[in-house]
Design a protein. Structure first.
Length: 340
């Protein structure tokens, strides 16, 4: 910045640098972008002028000159889901450390629009981070075949040529099932998540494996929001379940609200377990038993994976981050009255 006659700060332009260095603006651009070989003496004059004038190059313009945008794109299924802000914050921090910006888009839980949204991001971003993708395998394979840097977060697809990092959803649900079995529960209901969600299928796969714990599980269609949990909660009574586990904490909170309206005591008559530990359990006035993964670490690892893919290439196996069980007040042995 330099001061005008009126004392206001005026942004230094590339033409100002060229005038001070005695070269053309195009020469200044070539020096700063490194797009062509420039005489060392001329380059030195340009850098001296940049320092003297306090010129700050436009990062976006420099990137375009190199065929880059200096931006990574992130697509999430639902920005209203509190699972994602911590992930996005971590991704943004890594991107900023590498001199990049972040562009975020949302598919609104609609698998049919994901492919087009990713293509949009590919046209304007150096790399794409695809979070909790719902799109079918064929569409995903078509995108990876374009050889544009793409990393999957919270979805693992064997045979797809894209690096991936995910929470261990299977392991997380197994922790829940083991906890409920140890408490003495034998009949469990599960409020299922979005049908196209790979993470949901991993939870269901774990519930099937939990038969080894002696659990009988009834799967009820639901969704991913608290409204879904509220509307599906009344169906739990017909299953004979003494414990309810849910796709995520939002669903659990909606179910808890409905259970109170129906006069069902938690955990005395029904144990309830969430998933993700989104720190909203105070809304339902119950400390919710749940499982979680460090979402900041998940975002950091995915962003670093994408940076590596964009700069030096990446060749490695999918990474699973283990989940941790948090036992709180919403679970108890069946038939145990905590008031006594």
């Amino acid at each position: 910045m330099r001061n005008s006659r009126e004392g206001r700060q005026v942004r230094v332009t590339i033409s100002d640098v060229g005038e001070a260095a005695g070269v053309s603006a195009s020469t200044v651009s070539r020096v700063l972008n490194g797009t062509a070989k420039v005489d060392a003496a001329l380059a030195a004059r340009v850098h001296d002028a940049v320092r003297q004038l306090g010129y700050r190059p436009n990062a976006a313009a420099q990137g375009l000159a190199r065929g880059e945008w200096g931006t990574i794109g992130v697509l999430v299924p639902d920005l209203a889901n509190p699972y994602f802000p911590e992930v996005l914050k971590a991704v943004s921090g890594v991107a900023r450390a590498h001199g990049r910006r972040v562009m975020v888009m949302e598919s609104d839980e609609d698998p049919s629009v994901e492919h087009d949204l990713v293509e949009d991001l590919m046209r304007s971003c150096d790399g794409v981070l695809l979070c909790s993708s719902r799109m079918n395998r064929a569409d995903l394979a078509a995108l990876t075949a374009r050889h544009h840097p793409l990393v999957l977060l919270d979805r693992i697809v064997p045979g797809i040529a894209a690096p991936a990092v995910s929470a261990d959803f299977f392991g997380g649900m197994m922790l829940i099932c083991g906890h409920l079995a140890q408490l003495g529960h034998r009949r469990v209901a599960y409020l299922s998540g979005p049908e196209a969600s790979w993470a949901n299928s991993e939870r269901i796969r774990a519930l099937e494996a939990a038969k080894a714990f002696g659990l009988s599980v009834t799967i009820l269609p639901c969704g991913s929001t608290s409204r879904c949990g509220y509307e599906a909660a009344a169906d739990v009574a017909g299953t004979g379940a003494t414990a309810l586990t849910t796709y995520n904490d939002l669903v659990a909170l909606g179910a808890l609200t409905r259970m109170r309206e129906l006069g069902v005591r938690v955990p005395e008559e029904l144990s309830v377990v969430g998933f993700d530990d989104i720190e909203l359990d105070h809304v339902a006035h119950t400390s919710l038993t749940t499982v979680s993964v460090p979402r900041g670490r998940l975002g950091e690892q995915a962003a670093e994976m994408l940076e590596s893919l964009m700069t030096v290439g990446h060749d490695g196996e999918p990474v699973y981050l283990p989940m941790e069980l948090h036992v709180r007040d919403s679970t108890a042995p069946p038939g145990v009255d905590k008031r006594g």
